[in-house]
Design a protein around this ligand. Structure first.
Ligand SMILES: [Zn+2]
Length: 701
């Protein structure tokens, strides 16, 4: 969409406009510049200025627009954010009906489709070329551009009429407000797209909602399609919606003539859209010479489904020639020139049989649904976490309900909803227990938290979970010491708390059924090794609420021995970056219990390390390291090492890795095929440019 020279110009212009006072005559330049940065950030995910610099430029634009000598451009980035509340959506008629797609599930289905296409387009021999794209799973949207401006956006609705969501669409940065369609002879175009949410954004949004006590989104699809229809356009933007465009369904010129087929192929249309700033779904090859190849490409999409950053539930296979598309036409229900290839089902229905309540290592009670075992995307699912009481209430789940189960994005299955229309009246409401299923202590729920907890420090279930966690990979990492050993040793009363792990009688263990001499030797060796673990592992292994491995490492850097923190107050903890007051309170409260301090003393007496080790100490970079105080960036492909290895090496030698060429950059290391970053660095004139070899030479000196 922008040439490298243009990009360089915008880069220079950003610096210039950031530094100087702006006049009315700078308005157009600034508006164009911000449009470019929006495209870089939201469409290309490759910003070249910082968020802070973008905000400064944006504020300068707002300031200019407040000056009443300026006529505000309708495509100005400030026009995305609207304070208008559209209470109700009016209905609009689509220029070209939004049909569904017929489905296919295997190669035979696709062969049938191909035969049909050949018949309709009267092609007796030879192959039909197809275009294959991912079937994004979100909310459908139709965009209308007139005279190069976005004038309307609508939901799919009933296919012929949809809801007018223009204001919401305008708030989404991935939708260009102005597109040079006139350069292609187009007066009015209607585009088809899908609003989706990045899987990571989705996970983050749900974490935020959980914290705020709001209903969780069942899946990215629901979050996306709901996000299109928010009453306040700013809420649509805040939900992190991104709109992919995959079709131009209608195009007319000034004289109202249909000119769609002039663009010859679907691939060309998509290319034009991509070059004009639209987000288009692409990855590798998408054009297929024939249906067999189309099937192979669709299967590749299915294999890469989990790695793809957006939810996809299939591939769409389209006749590439627009002329053939129009020859094939459409039924009332679906076009005859396109078909969806559906991936294996990720949803299934089952029956909720009962609820089990699990007690976690920090006392949180997690309800787990036991369901009639069901096959789902390759695994059998029989138990599903229900997170907390609120989840059950919000979904109105009852024992005996038929439920819809889904596995998406992550591999963990969850319950989407209960099928209330299938209820017989025999279903039982779920009553969350008031006492701990393990120790009968009264459960408590803090106002700010979602979980009911058992606060009995002697709770047997918590103790078991704590010991299992203590020996696990994340904590003390005792190889070969599994859950079954813990249960066995607890039964025999040999292990009552984590300290007993280090005080086992190995001769007695060797006498147990199923334990050979060799396995006991291995167990002893693994336990002896764990005794020498760095202090951060021990801290993490204590199962203190919210004290995970990251915080444990941060704290271990600051202390010589574990006893040092007994006197720490909240301020002392929060002086450490990334350690918050709630975590501090939890650790303080844990160490204020005399029993816990005694536990630490016992661990020490049994030989477990309680002091800071070399591995706990912050990595000190020598002051004479070659890159101390320098920022560095790698570009192009490196020969001797991976990008990651190079960055690590640079860091070990004092450098700070940064991600963009700017005036903050000191050193650019250039590999093969370095592109725009090198040019930018050269134009700045302040960046030291090194080859990979020179970089290594400096380090090895
Ligand atoms: Zn309990």
């Amino acid at each position: 969409m922008y040439s490298q020279d243009q990009e360089l110009e915008f880069f220079e212009l950003s610096k210039k406009l950031l530094e100087q006072e702006l006049a009315v005559s700078d308005y157009d330049n600034l508006a164009d510049l911000l449009k470019y940065h929006e495209w870089k950030y939201y469409v290309k995910n490759d910003n070249i200025i910082s968020d802070y610099e973008y905000d400064l430029l944006y504020k300068k634009l707002e300031a200019l627009e407040e000056n009443n000598q300026i006529k505000i451009r309708p495509d100005s980035p400030t026009q995305r954010v609207s304070n208008d509340l559209s209470k109700n959506f009016s209905t609009v008629e689509h220029y070209s009906p939004m049909l569904s797609l017929s489905n296919s599930y295997n190669q035979e289905d696709l062969d049938d489709f191909d035969t049909q296409v050949k018949k309709l387009s009267k092609i007796e021999s030879g192959d039909i070329a197809y275009y294959v794209e991912p079937k994004l799973d979100g909310g459908s949207i139709a965009l209308v551009y007139e005279n190069d401006l976005l004038v309307r956006a609508a939901t799919r609705g009933n296919g012929s009429e949809g809801e007018d969501i223009t204001l919401n669409a305008k708030s989404l940065p991935s939708i260009p407000l102005r597109v040079k369609f006139s350069e292609h002879g187009i007066y009015r175009a209607e585009l088809r797209g899908e609003a989706v949410i990045h899987k990571e954004t989705f996970a983050k949004k749900n974490q935020e909602r959980e914290k705020e006590g709001l209903t969780l989104f069942a899946n990215p699809r629901n979050a996306a399609s709901g996000g299109l229809r928010m009453k306040n356009p700013n809420d649509s933007r805040d939900r992190g919606l991104e709109v992919f465009i995959f079709n131009m369904a209608y195009a007319i010129d000034q004289n109202q003539n249909d000119i769609l087929t002039q663009f010859e192929t679907h691939a060309k249309v998509i290319n034009i859209l991509g070059n004009n700033g639209f987000k288009i779904p692409n990855k590798g090859i998408q054009t297929a010479r024939n249906i067999k190849q189309a099937f192979d490409i669709a299967r590749q999409w299915e294999e890469g489904r989990e790695e793809y950053p957006y939810e996809i539930d299939g591939a769409v296979i389209k006749v590439d020639s627009l002329l053939l598309q129009s020859k094939c036409g459409a039924t009332q229900h679906h076009p005859r020139w396109a078909i969806a290839f559906k991936f294996k089902a990720k949803q299934a229905t089952s029956t909720l049989l009962e609820i089990e309540y699990q007690v976690g290592k920090t006392g949180a009670i997690t309800p787990v649904a036991k369901v009639e075992p069901v096959h789902l995307a390759g695994v059998t699912v029989s138990s599903i976490s229900l997170h907390n009481e609120d989840f059950i209430v919000q979904k109105d789940l009852r024992v005996g309900d038929k439920v819809v189960i889904e596995r998406a994005g992550d591999v963990i299955p969850y319950i989407v909803k209960s099928l209330q229309e299938l209820r017989t009246g025999k279903e039982e409401p779920i009553r969350f227990p008031t006492t701990c299923p393990s120790c009968n202590a009264i459960l408590e729920k803090k106002e700010t938290q979602a979980a009911w907890r058992c606060y009995n420090p002697k709770c047997p279930a918590q103790n078991l979970e704590r010991i299992i966690y203590h020996i696990s990979k994340e904590a003390m990492n005792i190889d070969g010491f599994g859950k079954s050993y813990v249960e066995k040793f607890m039964q025999l009363d040999w292990v009552k708390d984590i300290s007993d792990v280090y005080n086992l009688d190995y001769e007695k263990i060797a006498d147990l059924e199923g334990f050979g001499k060799k396995s006991v030797e291995n167990l002893k060796a693994a336990i002896d090794k764990a005794k020498k673990n760095p202090l951060h592992r021990l801290l993490n292994s204590l199962s203190i609420n919210q004290l995970g491995s990251k915080a444990s490492k941060l704290i271990a850097q600051e202390i010589e021995s574990i006893y040092d923190i007994i006197d720490w107050d909240v301020e002392k903890y929060t002086e450490i970056k990334d350690v918050g007051p709630i975590l501090a309170e939890n650790v303080i409260s844990w160490f204020s219990e005399e029993e816990n301090v005694e536990l630490i003393r016992r661990l020490e007496a049994y030989g477990v390390n309680v002091k800071q080790t070399e591995q706990d100490k912050p990595k000190i970079i020598k002051q004479d390291a070659p890159f101390v105080g320098k920022t560095i960036l790698f570009t192009g492909s490196l020969e001797k090492m991976s990008r990651k290895e190079a960055q690590k090496l640079a860091e070990e030698n004092g450098a700070k890795n940064i991600s963009a060429v700017s005036s903050n950059l000191n050193i650019l290391v250039v590999g093969e095929k370095a592109g725009s970053k090198l040019k930018k660095a050269q134009s700045l004139g302040t960046v030291e440019i090194l080859s990979e070899e020179e970089f290594l030479l400096i380090i090895n000196k």
